[in-house]
Design a protein. Structure first.
Length: 269
């Protein structure tokens, strides 16, 4: 389902760009079953690109149309569907706990599995440059490392970083204090379960991270997850708080307990 909440400003063969406000854009890949979103946040001096998509097509073609300012890439986490166009950008940042994955490859996930997930259930024409047989996730050295509590200044627009592990060890959430936008990557989104059921995930860490974003950040106006629907209401965090209590109370916070559905989101352990 495409967003009806926000106007589409560029409908490219592969990418769909929605305008969240004058200087904030979602770059979505609706042709792929994962419905991945990357986000471009433009400040006075530079712009931040939160993730770079699946790597099926080149995202720089889109960001070039949206800003002339220098772009820094902030990686919510090092999974193939979030680092696809990292190689197109000069300045890329990652949490220190996943530097190694960015440099030497994602751990405990076979390239065969990655290729299978990337190439299945595609509903739009892919560019000729995309070959599922040889697709390889980006590997390279980051420009710098991110840590919990870091503040990224874009020029009259400050981003606060929260280390929110669980889905992966170095997962971060990004809070845009100027707008009250919380970018939650694969920690929180709607429609399909948030994953913490495979090696390198941690159900306990995930629940702690959910609790943290639901209780420790004030002034949230909108939540933007990296998959499915764009722009979730902050009331969802009330459900998240209740879910955290319920999961802990019923001792479900461990591998193998399956999918837990709540009103507006679900998790799979
Ligand atoms: Zn992920
Ligand atoms: Zn993802």
């Amino acid at each position: 389902m495409q967003s009806t909440q926000y106007p589409i400003v560029i409908d490219d063969p592969w990418f769909t760009v929605s305008k969240l406000d004058e200087t904030t854009f979602a770059i979505s890949e609706y042709g792929h079953w994962e419905k991945v979103h990357s986000f471009l946040l433009i400040g006075q001096e530079r712009a931040a690109l939160i993730d770079t998509g699946l790597g099926i097509d080149n995202m720089k073609r889109m960001t070039d149309q949206l800003t002339d300012l220098p772009i820094i890439v902030l990686t919510t986490h090092v999974h193939a569907d979030h680092i696809g166009s990292h190689g197109q950008y000069e300045e890329i940042y990652v949490h220190e706990a996943e530097e190694d994955w960015l440099v030497s490859g994602i751990k405990k996930l076979s390239i065969e599995q990655i290729r299978k997930d990337i190439s299945r259930d595609i509903t739009r024409p892919v560019p000729a440059s995309f070959d599922p047989e040889t697709y390889t996730p980006f590997q390279g050295k980051p420009t710098g490392l991110l840590r919990d509590g870091d503040v990224i200044e874009l020029g009259e627009r400050a981003l606060n970083l929260y280390h929110t592990p669980g889905h992966s060890p170095g997962h971060i959430s990004i809070y845009d204090t100027s707008r009250g936008y919380l970018f939650t990557g694969d920690l929180l989104y709607d429609e399909t379960p948030v994953y913490a059921f495979f090696p390198t995930t941690s159900p306990e860490d995930l629940v702690n991270s959910l609790e943290r974003i639901a209780t420790k950040i004030t002034g949230i106006q909108k939540i933007f997850g990296a998959h499915n629907r764009i722009g979730l209401e902050p009331e969802l965090l009330e459900t998240v708080k209740e879910a955290v209590g319920e999961l802990r109370g019923k001792k479900l916070v461990r591998f193998g307990t399956g999918v837990h559905q709540f009103d507006g989101f679900s998790v799979r352990f």
